[in-house]
Design a protein around this ligand. Structure first.
Ligand code: 6PG
Length: 265
């Protein structure tokens, strides 16, 4: 798989999906930071605000750290940013497993972002209550029109999950709610996640995947999403993410992309 440090090698994909492959994770995170800045500046020009849904897990940390540092930090008008989360583990915000804690350490506490602009999923509460509270927060934010995130960041697990939407979960069939409690296969089992309905509200949805352990899931998700071609026949959660009218970006390093292009027709 040809990779390219800065610009990324584009793989032709159907239906708006743009797949960019970078030599390594560092190049991926630099390019992703440039893209986040571009989206943020454009959103602030058009709508005076930039709303972003952060991904959890460990992969996005490299991106968040870059956004907190030169040259990217000064390019975003942080007082015009609202930060949401795609999912959270049901743990307190200072727990090592907390997605909020990871984002706070890597980015949120390091930039001049008003703390009131951080809409945290309250993982310390009972899961059904935390989900209901976050649902009302999202609806209040988008009360005067369909809530459209400017950017939704997502990771992918080796089983094809994304956010805390796991294969076979009833949450994949949720059509009305924006936030639901779920159970994951690994500790901490109890999670809160945005539903596909919420994730697909992104004007831009950006998946980030790095490392060989993601290569199988990336290939399966791409193949499944192509076969489904818009029908809901896809099964893997990450293949069910489809921002109807938005841009759909996959930022991969060469290791995560290493099985693309092998079995494709
Ligand atoms: C989480 C994330 C989850 C993550 C994937 C990939 O809460 O863990 O929302 O969907 O993006 O599991 O995780 P890594 O980036 O750690 O590989």
């Amino acid at each position: 798989m040809r990779g390219a440090g800065g610009a990324g090698a584009r793989i032709p994909m159907p239906a708006k999906r743009e797949v960019l492959v970078f030599d390594d994770a560092g190049a991926l995170f630099d390019a992703a930071a440039r893209e986040v800045v571009r989206i943020a500046v454009d959103a602030c020009k058009r709508r005076d605000f930039f709303t972003v849904v952060l991904a959890g897990g460990s992969t996005p940390r490299g991106l968040y750290e870059r956004l907190a540092e030169k040259p990217y930090r000064r390019d975003i008008d942080w007082k015009s940013v609202d930060v949401y989360f795609g999912d959270e583990r049901c743990v307190p915000p200072d727990d090592a497993a907390s997605n909020f804690r990871m984002a706070d350490e890597a980015l949120l506490s390091r930039v001049p972002l008003p703390r009131r602009a951080i809409y945290r999923i309250r993982g310390e509460l009972r899961p059904d209550l935390a989900a209901a509270l976050y649902e009302s927060t999202l609806r209040a934010a988008g009360a005067f029109g369909p809530m459209r995130w400017d950017l939704v960041l997502l990771g992918i697990g080796s089983d094809g999950h994304t956010a805390s939407l796991f294969p076979g979960s009833p949450a994949l069939r949720e059509r009305r709610r924006l936030v639901v409690p779920t159970i994951g296969p690994t500790q901490p089992y109890a999670r809160i996640t945005l539903t596909l309905r919420a994730l697909n509200l992104g004007r831009t949805v950006m998946f980030l995947a790095a490392g060989k352990e993601k290569a199988g899931a990336v290939r399966k998700v791409m193949a499944e999403a192509e076969r489904a071609r818009g029908a809901s026949r896809a099964v893997l959660p990450a293949a069910l993410v489809r921002p109807g009218r938005g841009r759909f970006l996959w930022f991969l390093d060469r290791a995560a992309a290493s099985r693309l292009g092998k079995d494709r027709a």
